[in-house]
Design a protein. Structure first.
Lengths: 492, 647
């Protein structure tokens, strides 16, 4: 029931907004209310969730019994966290849309809510066709949101985005059909394993585009800079995690053979992406460019963890998915606030923002420190687990990760000083207004979640797979080549 | 004991949070006192824990681990949110919170009238919290967490004057150099996890002797990388002098007394790993020796009062690395403690001078200050004598113990280290008293005379309080500044009596409960070395006197060497040419020559070819939004009907 409610509430709210001609204020308030209901539902679910209990809050109704298609939804520990990330980030992003006063509010907020419902649906799906439907439903509002409400180059950005994701989606559809027919069921719970490389590649490519994984990232720079900030926040913070979900739920458990054969290829691509994204982030001329390439690096890191085939790697990947989602959303929203006040996000025309704006300074500094994963932060905890998990497969991956840690410090501090400190001569004079309460209310929840997770990162890492080691679909993880505690040195 | 230790850790964090959330509701002065109080509460906790520990009998009882919850776990790998209270960590807790409290108190006077005082005091309390987390953290990962957070606090405080580009650049440099150290430490930890499955002190130390020599050497090397970055030792030393861009109390607390000595604490803490890695131990000692000489040479030619003291800090930490690398843990820790006293004293006294001269730091603009600042002269003399190692001041007892350890190690390497340490003592004498004579003797400069007159009237800081002002009538500092300086002067004078070679070793026995020394000089070695070292230190002081006081000796003319020292051995230039520029070039070329044309460009071609798609999207923006939304909704409905019908 709860899972279905989490999916249906935003869809219903979207439909309501599209059908009834509410004035702007009411439409905005309604959208915020719906997104808060969503957060409340999730919290209620998380409290009752038994993290050692496998699939929960599940609902199953046969759809086409002869084809083995069913409406089957529910959450595992890790997917519950991804859904939590979704509802929080989407609520803040919808709030940002309200604050920014987007045109056509009913259409706009309807699409945002539709997007929220689709992403939650993706994370809850236990059936391949259902997964595909939600995956596509997630992309359609994104095309429109980027294409209509985006920046000056939105058309080009949308074309690139559509081409990339369409190719990925078609390949995935072919793979789904082939896999489902060969297995006589589309259920992710009931189906067995497959050794077919082509089916595997169809899935892997679709997720590699979505994540993105080097070299399939050509769309991100345009999409992340041309989309409005709150859409970029959802796109990089949440939608990219659909790829992580896909890899963990579909690829790892159902394609053990191909995963084994292609693991090195994927790990190498991820390591390249990590280094490449971090290096490119260092030379970007504007805030959002830095966040875009930083996201490429961070998503590559998460893929490293997913394919590390160790519990450190995969638990770390889930933790890193949540923390990266929160911090990249916070950074995009802050970038949007800076862009609105200064009229630009280009470093060449920014600077000196720290003077007289203690609140903005504090928020940017805190978000920046999470971006560069200062030791002690939740982001560091995730990064550390992933790299420790992948280390036994090759010290080179961890070495790349260590270099990326230094690069992350370099590109993040560059953003911070370019915006807050170095005052440029041709920077526009703007009113010295600091962040107001309304803006704070959009960013503070994200930062507060990150701070809470820094105090207790184990909330995510220790409550994803660790407590369900016997779950059939995750056998792969625990049967990997590396188990911690091989040398039995017990103790804490 | 544990409860007091938790209080010690959390009180400064509470102070920092209270100031942050209090914001404008707190007056500036209240923020200062709140910060000071929270650090002194931490000191109180440390004192209580210390006496509780003294009351216990065995070394095992004196070491206690407390783990309220699991901080991070995955599979069978667990890291607790734990603190460890043992003889080594309690010494660090006392130093960090005690000296820290004095310096935050001093800041109340020093920072008066600055913009953004509240931010300063929140950062200071946060730093003390992070440093306490570093020394109390009960496993390697929490140590690394504290390690990173002190780096963050250091970044924030070096860049406190954020309108000054130099300060921002220095803050960035410090953070990035420390990030390199963090990364090497993390690499060492990954290896340790792969081989032992744990990062807890107890289990990983117990496993260390069973690891292969390559493994343990690599782990130790990773740790050493972190240590040299944090403690500004070769080859990651270049950030420390630049860090002097921060306010002077920050230099005293973070870049002299506490954070930069964390590398020494790290080696002492993880000594069971280092003891299995002899080459890395020798490397640590060698890097310490090299740093103490090179930093001493550079200090000879610096003209900024804070930079002279900063190079002296690098040099003294070199002594500590030398001691810790040789396995003389107690001696290294002893020098860490006395150095915290006398170096904090020197920085704070320098701060009084800078404050008095309205921000001037160039010693060529000073001179003859003895007449105008007699109290500051006295405490500066105490600090200088202690630094040079003249008995009975504290630096004498602790530095000589390290030099004697180098002699006791023996072998060619031991002799090299010994000679380097003695040469360093000579340099210390020269640069210390060069500074002292330059500042306090000679003809008063115009600047000094101007401010001497001003001491009775307007002081350049517009908003002195009543008490502060009456103090200024005596020409020196307000009470909040004078009191900490006086306490540190007393500690610098008597602090060395914690340990007297051959007679009295409570400190050595205390530390030995955590790490027994590998090398111990005999009493005769101790006393012989003391005589030699004091003689050399005094020789150096005499040279400085002859050159800078009486002018009997001329500065030796060696323009090549002078330039080498002034350019700090060209390390900055080297790193710029070898690391910075190539990295930036690669990044720029990747962006313009690969990402643009190939990764993004290929798509543009496809985009142009599929012009229809572009046209379709272009039409979207022409107000046909509703049509499009309707199309989506309609297609979904049709899809649903089809599914239901087929069923």
């Amino acid at each position: 029931m709860l899972t279905t409610a989490l999916i249906v509430v935003p869809f219903a709210a979207a439909l309501f907004l599209w059908l009834f001609p509410l004035p702007r204020e009411y439409a905005s308030a309604f959208a915020i209310l719906a997104s808060l209901v969503e957060v409340g539902l999730w919290i209620g679910g998380a409290i009752r969730f038994d993290f050692s209990g496998g699939l929960q809050f599940s609902a199953r109704h046969n759809w086409f019994s002869d084809l083995g298609v069913s409406y089957h939804v529910g959450f595992y520990g890790f997917s519950l966290w991804l859904a939590g990330l979704t509802v929080v980030v989407c609520a803040c992003s919808i709030g940002y849309g309200v604050w920014a006063g987007r045109e056509h509010p009913r259409a706009y907020f309807g699409l945002m809510l539709f997007l929220t419902g689709s992403v939650v649906g993706v994370f809850a799906s236990q059936d391949l066709l259902l997964f595909y439907a939600f995956f596509e439903a997630m992309l359609i509002p994104l095309y429109v949101l980027v294409g209509v409400w985006g920046g000056p180059n939105r058309v080009r950005a949308t074309v690139m985005f559509v081409i990339y994701t369409m190719v990925g989606s078609l390949l995935m559809l072919a793979s789904i059909v082939a896999f489902g027919i060969s297995q006589h069921t589309f259920s992710l719970v009931d189906s067995g394993t497959s050794g077919n490389n082509w089916i595997f590649l169809g899935f892997a490519l679709a997720f590699a585009v979505k994540a993105p994984l080097f070299p399939f990232h050509g769309w991100i720079r345009q999409a992340y800079t041309e989309a409005s900030p709150e859409v970029a926040a959802v796109l990089s913070g949440v939608v990219s995690k659909a790829a992580v979900f896909g890899f963990i739920m579909i690829v790892l458990p159902h394609f053990p053979g191909p995963v084994h054969d292609f693991r090195t290829t994927i790990l190498v691509l991820a390591a390249i992406g990590l280094a490449y994204g971090s290096v490119l982030a260092f030379r970007q001329p504007d805030i959002r460019g830095v966040i875009a390439y930083s996201s490429l690096g961070q998503m590559s890191l998460i893929i490293l963890g997913v394919f590390a085939s160790s519990s450190l790697g995969i638990d770390g990947a889930v933790l890193q998915s949540v923390t990266h989602g929160l911090v990249s959303a916070a950074m995009f929203l802050l970038a949007g606030m800076v862009e609105r006040q200064w009229g630009t996000g280009e470093f060449a025309r920014l600077g000196g923002a720290a003077k007289g704006r203690p609140v903005l300074t504090t928020m940017l500094l805190v978000a920046g420190m999470f971006t560069l994963a200062v030791p002690g932060s939740a982001n560091f905890a995730g990064e550390f687990l992933i790299l420790a998990g992948v280390f036994p497969l090759g010290w080179g991956y961890a070495a790349v990760g260590a270099v990326a840690m230094v690069l992350a410090a370099m590109y993040t501090l560059r953003v911070l000083s370019a915006v807050l400190h170095d005052r440029k001569s041709d920077a526009p004079d703007v009113s010295s207004a600091d962040l107001r309460f309304g803006q704070l209310a959009l960013v503070v929840p994200l930062v507060a979640c990150l701070l809470a997770l820094s105090v207790w990162p184990n909330a995510v890492s220790g409550h994803s797979f660790s407590r369900t080691p016997n779950l059939a679909i995750f056998q792969y993880v625990h049967a990997g080549p590396f188990q911690t505690g091989q040398v039995h040195m017990a103790g804490k | 004991m544990i409860a007091a230790a938790w209080l010690c850790l959390l009180a400064p964090l509470a102070g920092a949070l209270a100031i942050t959330f209090g914001g404008q509701r707190l007056s500036r002065r209240a923020a200062g006192w709140l910060s000071t109080a929270s650090v002194f509460v931490a000191f109180g906790g440390a004192v209580v824990a210390f006496f509780a520990m003294v009351g216990r009998d065995t070394a095992a009882q004196r070491s206690e681990l407390s783990t309220p919850f699991t901080w991070l776990s995955a599979g069978t790998f667990h890291v607790g949110m734990s603190i460890l209270v043992d003889p080594v960590s309690i010494v660090m807790m006392l130093v960090v919170s005690g000296v820290g409290g004095l310096i935050v108190l001093y800041s109340i006077g020093y920072m008066e009238g600055e913009d953004e005082e509240r931010r300063y005091f929140a950062y200071m309390a946060f730093f003390v919290f992070a440093m306490l987390l570093l020394v109390e953290g009960g496993n390697l990962l929490l140590l690394l967490a504290g390690w990173g957070l002190v780096g963050l606090a250091s970044y924030l405080l070096i860049g406190f004057y954020h309108q000054r580009p130099e300060a921002v650049a220095a803050a960035k440099k410090a953070f990035i150099m420390n990030a390199i150290g963090d990364a090497t430490m993390a690499l060492g930890f990954f290896l340790l996890i792969a081989k032992t499955g744990t990062l807890s002190y107890g289990a990983s130390f117990a496993a260390a002797p069973h690891l292969s020599s390559t493994t343990v050497n690599l782990v130790a090397l990773g740790l050493l990388g972190g240590a040299v970055a944090k403690s500004a030792q070769l080859p990651l030393q270049t950030w420390l002098p630049d860090a002097m861009e921060g306010p002077t109390p920050v230099s005293a607390l973070i870049h002299a007394a506490t954070m930069v000595t964390a590398g020494v604490y790290l080696i002492v803490r993880t000594h069971p790993i280092f003891e299995q890695a002899h080459h890395v131990e020798d490397l640590a000692a060698g890097l310490g020796a090299a740093t103490l000489v090179i930093a001493g040479l550079i200090a000879l030619v610096q003209n900024d009062i804070k930079r002279v003291i900063a190079y002296s800090t690098m040099s003294q930490i070199g002594y500590m690395f030398l001691g810790a690398g040789l396995g003389a843990y107690a001696n290294a820790m002893f020098h860490l403690v006395t150095h915290a006293f006398f170096k904090a004293l020197l920085f704070l006294a320098a701060g009084v001078i800078i404050h008095h001269l309205a921000g001037e730091q160039d010693i060529r603009q000073m001179g003859g200050l003895k007449k105008f600042m007699p109290k500051t002269w006295l405490v500066f003399l105490v600090g200088s004598l202690s630094l040079v190692g003249v008995p009975p001041f504290s630096g004498f007892w602790s530095k000589d113990a390290i030099v004697a350890t180098a002699l006791a190690r023996g072998g060619i390497y031991g002799w090299i280290l010994f000679v380097a340490a003695l040469f360093g003592a000579l340099l210390t004498g020269i640069y210390t008293f060069r500074l002292f004579f330059r500042v306090f003797y000679g003809e008063p400069s115009a600047l000094v005379l101007e401010h001497a007159g001003a001491a009775h009237g307007d002081h350049g800081h517009g908003t002195e309080s009543a008490t502060g002002h009456s103090e200024h009538a005596h020409g020196e500092a307000p009470q909040t500044m004078a009191l900490p300086v006086a306490i540190l002067a007393v500690l610098s004078t008597v602090g060395g009596l914690l340990q007297v070679a051959g007679a009295w070793h409570p400190f050595g026995r205390w530390i030995a409960q955590t790490g027994a020394p590998l090398v111990e000089p005999t009493t005769s070695q101790d006393w012989i070395v003391s005589v030699i070292t004091v003689a050399i230190g005094l020789t150096g002081s005499w040279v400085a006197w002859a050159i800078y006081r009486t002018g009997r000796l001329a500065v030796p003319s060696a323009p090549g060497l002078q330039r080498l020292f002034e350019h700090k051995f060209y390390f900055d230039e080297l790193y710029d040419a070898v690391v910075s520029r190539p990295a930036q070039l690669v990044a720029s070329r990747l962006r313009t020559d690969f990402e643009g044309p190939y990764v993004e460009g290929s798509l543009v071609e496809i985009g142009h070819a599929g012009g229809d798609a572009g046209g379709l999207v272009a039409r979207l923006q022409t107000g046909r939004l509703r049509v499009y939304a309707f199309a989506i909704a309609a297609s979904l409905v049709v899809l649903g009907i089809v599914f239901l019908a087929v069923r």
